[in-house]
Design a binder for this molecule. Structure first.
Ligand code: SF4
Length: 139
């Protein structure tokens, strides 16, 4: 069982709340889902200095944090508003998938509409760049 520092847990909780407000998403209605993800993010804050997404495998985490791709809120979230950890979701606890490109793993959920299209997606202009990167690296 991971026990991150209180400071990192606090920082992550604050970041999550701020980002929910900014993106128009909510945390998962089952608190055990969001708590697990938040603990993983806080653990990465303690060990790597950055909130690297805890729901993925990385061959080398130190190398990974040199890119912002999977630092929370990750590129998929900032571009497509899609959170594969189910931390930032709609009120039903589903990830938003309507902006995902064809071939993206998240498409397996079907099309889930964005209830707050006026919020979030600060990096949506980078969708093309992200697609190129996704083809060359694991999504
Ligand atoms: S998928 Fe992205 S937004 Fe969701 S927890 Fe992981 S890094 Fe954060």
């Amino acid at each position: 069982m991971i026990t991150p520092s209180e400071l990192s847990q606090k920082r992550i909780k604050k970041m999550v709340q701020t980002f929910c407000d900014k993106s128009g998403t909510v945390t998962h209605p089952d608190p055990s889902v969001s708590e697990g993800v938040e603990l993983g993010l806080a653990h990465h804050m303690d060990t790597l200095g950055k909130p690297l997404c805890p729901c993925r495998f990385y061959p080398n985490k130190t190398e990974e944090i040199k890119h912002r791709t999977w630092v929370c809120p990750c590129d998929d979230m900032q571009i497509y508003k899609y959170c594969h950890c189910l931390l930032f979701v709609n009120k039903e606890g589903m990830p938003i998938t309507e902006y995902l490109p064809d071939g993206h793993d998240g498409k397996s959920y079907g099309i889930i509409k964005d209830p707050t299209p006026d919020k979030g997606r600060a990096l949506k202009s980078k969708a093309h760049e992200r697609e190129e990167e996704r083809k060359n690296r694991p999504s």
